[in-house]
Design a protein around this ligand. Structure first.
Ligand SMILES: Cc1ncc(COP(=O)(O)O)c(C=O)c1O
Length: 367
């Protein structure tokens, strides 16, 4: 296409499909039940809210440029080296910083078939080529990923557990993937939902980051800590990668109120454990009940369920979505993830979960 007069973005930028977040509101008056963005039904720790509010007295001051209090709190909580932690405006920023530092035209980066969409955007935004590896049983397939590694590969992104499938790779599989990658390829383990996993064979990635030169783990305060609005994430990196990210990030990329809320959230272990417990109980219950009314649910290790609808007999995901909106319930359409026949449901609080079950029972004719 001929360049237009006036400023033009770099080649490829306009080929990027913008990320479309889940629906967050419905037309008309009245409250809606929003289970479309994997937010926690328990909200943040009251201590985090208090710490956030206390920062209102210091809004004229720049925050600590390296988010030091938060890095130190994270280091203490997880037994890490604070110098190798980089904080960001959500893990989204860190995924983009990794791409900015290590990907460019001619480079390839691999992610799996139903992987989190931000990877594709971050790869394309920096002029690199996305390579998609097929999955097996809606789970990242280590062999398929390794088979796609070429001389041009620079990065592999794995969400573990993955959004929107909820499936995860065992630590043995992650280690096998890492072992098969050349030393110059960075393995990005996006562990946004790590806290929710209750499987003995799972590791978020700390050990692999600690023992290798080419693994990065990203984490977020948006999910279990209930601080999505503050945009707060962190990455644990080998020292040279932390150094590269620190050179290109904004000098004050994390706000003071976010740092304070993050530190306080980490101190409230009880609140976090309640969120883990709530999720485990309701995730199991909801999966069982949804199956009971005739829907197929992908086994999930995270705080959401991928719910599959029958094709073409008036019970499609599109029709279910419409029906749920009519009942003022918002789940997440997942067509752009390759699932035209599914909806993703975040585990809500008790009344929200029951409302979904009631509405879907009626929809499926099983009430
Ligand atoms: C797999 C995965 N990674 C990263 C993120 C981004 O989280 P953050 O709010 O920290 O940018 C999400 C959010 O939905 C996610 O599902």
């Amino acid at each position: 296409m001929a360049a237009k007069r006036g400023p033009n973005p770099r080649p490829g930028i306009l080929d990027i499909a913008p990320y479309v977040p889940g629906t967050s509101a419905l037309p008309g008056a009245g409250k809606a039940i929003k289970l479309s963005s994997n937010e926690t039904p328990l909200g943040p720790s009251p201590r985090a809210i208090e710490a956030y509010l206390a920062e209102a007295a210091h809004l004229s001051r720049y925050p600590d440029g390296s988010a030091r209090p938060l890095r130190e709190a994270l280091a203490q909580r997880y037994g890490l080296d604070a110098a190798r932690i980089v904080c960001g405006a959500g893990s989204d920023e860190l995924l983009n910083l990794l791409a900015a530092a290590y990907l460019g035209p001619g480079d390839e980066a691999i992610y799996s078939e139903h992987g989190f969409l931000v990877y594709r955007i971050a790869i394309l935004a920096h002029g690199a080529t996305p390579i998609v590896a097929p999955e097996r049983d809606l789970t990242a397939d280590v062999d398929a990923i390794l088979a796609r590694v070429s001389d041009a590969t620079r990065m592999v992104f794995i969400a573990n557990p993955n959004n929107p499938t909820g499936t995860y790779l065992s630590f043995d599989e992650v280690k096998r993937l890492h072992a098969g990658l050349p030393a110059h390829v960075i393995l990005v383990l996006d562990a946004a939902y790590a806290e929710y996993v209750r499987a003995n064979d799972y590791e978020a990635g700390i050990e692999l980051v600690a023992t290798s030169e080419n693994t990065v783990m990203t984490r977020t305060f948006s999910k279990i800590y209930g601080l999505a609005a503050l945009r707060l994430g962190w990455a644990y990196c080998p020292a040279p990668i932390a150094d590269a990210l620190n050179r290109i990030r904004g000098p004050f990329n994390v706000t003071g109120p976010s740092i304070a809320a993050g530190v306080a959230a980490l101190q409230d272990e009880k609140h976090m454990q309640e969120a883990v417990e709530h999720n485990a109980v309701w995730r199991g219950y909801m999966a069982e009940q949804l199956e009971r009314i005739g829907l197929r649910v992908t086994p999930s290790a995270a705080n959401f369920l991928l719910v599959h609808f029958p094709e073409g007999d008036g019970k499609s995901a599109r029709e279910a979505d419409k029906f749920l909106h009519h009942h003022r319930i918002i789940l997440r359409r997942v067509e752009e993830y390759g699932f035209p026949d599914a909806l993703r449901m975040t585990i809500g609080n008790e009344p929200e979960n029951h409302a979904v079950l009631e509405a879907l029972s009626e929809f499926m004719g099983a009430a």
